[in-house]
Design a protein around this ligand. Structure first.
Ligand code: C5P
Length: 222
């Protein structure tokens, strides 16, 4: 089990991060948040005043990105050039800019290369949009964590606004759906057609139940 790789893809609001951290902790594995890598690069590019439409400049930044990921599932951290950006990369400003950066193919090549190096030794739960298809297509456990749109919006509203009332839902809706639409042009992460990818729908399950379901899938496949 030490060398185990659990690959999890899913859209925002599917509960991916919460569930993957819990699963990694339960199995004693590292936790790799690949979305955080795209976010960290976006943060750094904005910090340096790089034009996000300048594909070559952003690609060069990706190659030079001084990124350190703390992969303890109990306290994952993201550092860029020594600065802890764990909170800064979760802001709306970054969420709105990240898909443009993630759509840069040279950026993807560089970050996928780094992700594969981090996954290679095994002992990790890796989450993102293209883990089951591109980063770790040979992982023994590949899961697509989905949730209905209403459930995803309610979770994101709760996360960002602390409530899922009508106003919070409306404020969240445009942002989440716009990012999903941009992301769907980037990676085919919602494509569950791949053989061997187990789909888990978390819409009507709480965190505990979703974690238990994922752990059952892991037990069944390993
Ligand atoms: O998972 P999270 O919402 O933090 O991901 C942030 C963004 O990073 C996504 O909206 C997507 O544009 C990009 N991403 C990606 N491939 C991954 C993980 C994230 O393109 N494997």
């Amino acid at each position: 089990p030490d060398q185990l790789v659990v690959a999890v893809d899913g859209p925002s609001g599917s509960g991916k991060s919460t569930v993957c951290k819990r699963v990694a902790a339960a199995l004693g594995l590292r936790y790799l948040d690949t979305g955080a890598m795209y976010r960290a690069l976006t943060w750094w590019a904005l910090e340096r005043g790089t034009d996000l439409d300048d594909a070559d400049a952003v690609a060069a930044l990706a190659v030079a990105l001084p990124l350190e990921l703390g992969q303890d599932p109990a306290a994952p951290t993201v550092r860029v050039a020594g600065t802890d950006v764990s909170a800064a990369i979760r802001t709306t400003r970054i969420s709105e800019a990240v898909s443009a950066v993630a759509g840069n193919l040279a950026v993807r090549a560089e970050l996928v290369r780094r992700q594969q190096a981090l996954v290679a030794p095994g002992g990790v739960v890796a989450e993102g949009r293209d883990i089951t298809t591109v980063v770790a297509p040979d992982a023994p456990v590949r899961i697509l964590l989905t949730a209905r749109e209403d459930a995803r919006l309610a979770r994101r509203a709760q996360e960002v606004h602390g409530t899922a009332d009508a106003a919070a839902l409306a404020a969240t809706r445009d942002q989440v759906l716009a990012r999903d639409a941009r992301d769907s042009r980037v990676a085919r992460f919602l494509d569950a057609a791949d053989d061997g990818v187990v789909q888990v729908d978390s819409s009507d399950m709480g965190v505990e139940e979703t974690v238990a379901t994922v752990l059952e899938v892991v037990a069944r496949l390993t």
